[in-house]
Design a protein around this ligand. Sequence first.
Ligand SMILES: Cc1cc2nc3c(=O)[nH]c(=O)nc-3n(C[C@H](O)[C@H](O)[C@H](O)COP(=O)(O)OP(=O)(O)OC[C@H]3O[C@@H](n4cnc5c(N)ncnc54)[C@H](O)[C@@H]3O)c2cc1C
Length: 437
Amino acid sequence: MGQKFMEPAVWNDAVTITANMHEVLDQADKRRRVVILGGGFGGFRLAAGLSPRLFNVTIVSPRDHFLFTPLLASTVVGTTEFRSIIEPLSSARKGVTVYVATATSIELDRQIVHCMGSFDKDKFELGYDTLVIGVGAAAEMERVPGVAKEALALKELSDARQIRRNVMKCVERAALPGVDSETRQRLLHFVVVGGGPTGVECAGELYDFVHEDLIPRFSHLGPFFKITLLEAATEILSSFDRSLADYTRKSFAKRGIEVRTGAFVSAVTNEQLTLRNGELIPFGVLVWSTGITPTDFVKALPVERTSNGRISVDRYLRVKNAPNVFAIGDCASVEGSTYPATAQAAQQQGAYLAKALTKAVRGKDVAAFRYLHLGMLASIGGGRALADVPGIKWRGFSAWLVWRSVYLTKLVSLRNKFRVFFDWIRTSLFGRDVTTF
Ligand SMILES: Cc1cc2nc3c(=O)[nH]c(=O)nc-3n(C[C@H](O)[C@H](O)[C@H](O)COP(=O)(O)OP(=O)(O)OC[C@H]3O[C@@H](n4cnc5c(N)ncnc54)[C@H](O)[C@@H]3O)c2cc1C
């Protein structure tokens, strides 16, 4: 392996958490201190895999929950409820300490992370023997003028809630008497930019919401609703098999979702966007889902990064020239590979690192990380989905049943599996909620 997998622990001489009982107790604790930055797919899976007998595990994360993003688009319209897809970080494993805070910087030579509490901005430091950076990535909102201010990302639960609020706000405004047709048309035009799986799922969910729940209640607004999906490249769903992308286009066309490829948005103002060809498109709600970019924290780290700004790690997920520091998930890039920025890659890295750290502590050899591609699934609305699994290209209603079954089993807790299952039954029996709160 060249360099050692990890250096010996310095035990607790670097602990500088505010003077309290924790510190006193830590002095007697000879377990290796693992600090995990981020409680997403990578960090949560890693924490779940580390035995409290061997490791003293702390998660630092600005949100106190793990978010199951594959069902995030369906919370926008209420097919699934917000609370059904989050898990408290402390449930990762008994004994895990969680600090709801943001890591602001790292001192590699002193093995210390500087953090800031999420609520009162209290600053504190954490010493570590092993540091794992799993802070994910941010939604890319800066490249086109006006996007950061006027468009809504779909990355966090708060984003889904905001999109829902804005959709309902537009519907309620459009429903008022005396609103002219042009304004109604604009308010009820929901535009999604980005033809990847997230953008496609969001457009599909919005369509179902409009046709199954809004039009029956606001029938006079029916002719004004419109959903458009804009993609700058020549095709949507470029990571999926061509046949599945074509099927999606046909299915969207049949249902009246307008898909426009080669449509590069060059500017956005509060009521309309401009395409590169000069065309103006008025909208009521604009969802921006064009990809990810490194977080400001990652950009400022004193470590080697790849050309796309991700932290460069070797095949053991070690950050180069940073002893005892590892990086996983969307914020990291493994040398000599092009793993996608997906939950399955992040989760596999978290699981690998839990095993690798355990082996290293026990003095056993550690093998390099290997990614196993299990395939991709995406729901396209209307009770249809896509399944692009090695050797199988599947679509339609049966793929939708597979999509639902797979994600039901992948949800972490039994409680949330039940919640989501009953959310789906509730939606099919009684429809989605159309109130604003
Ligand atoms: C709407 C949507 C749908 C998706 N659907 C799928 C899908 O179906 N299949 C799939 O494989 N992938 C999917 N993805 C991608 C998947 O969610 C990501 O690839 C995955 O979450 C990456 O995991 P991660 O652990 O690297 O980061 P994340 O899961 O993003 O977690 C990052 C964590 O770091 C925390 N954090 C951020 N900054 C700091 C800091 N400075 N200090 C401490 N903590 C910090 C965050 O709060 C968060 O807890 C989807 C993504 C989205 C947005």
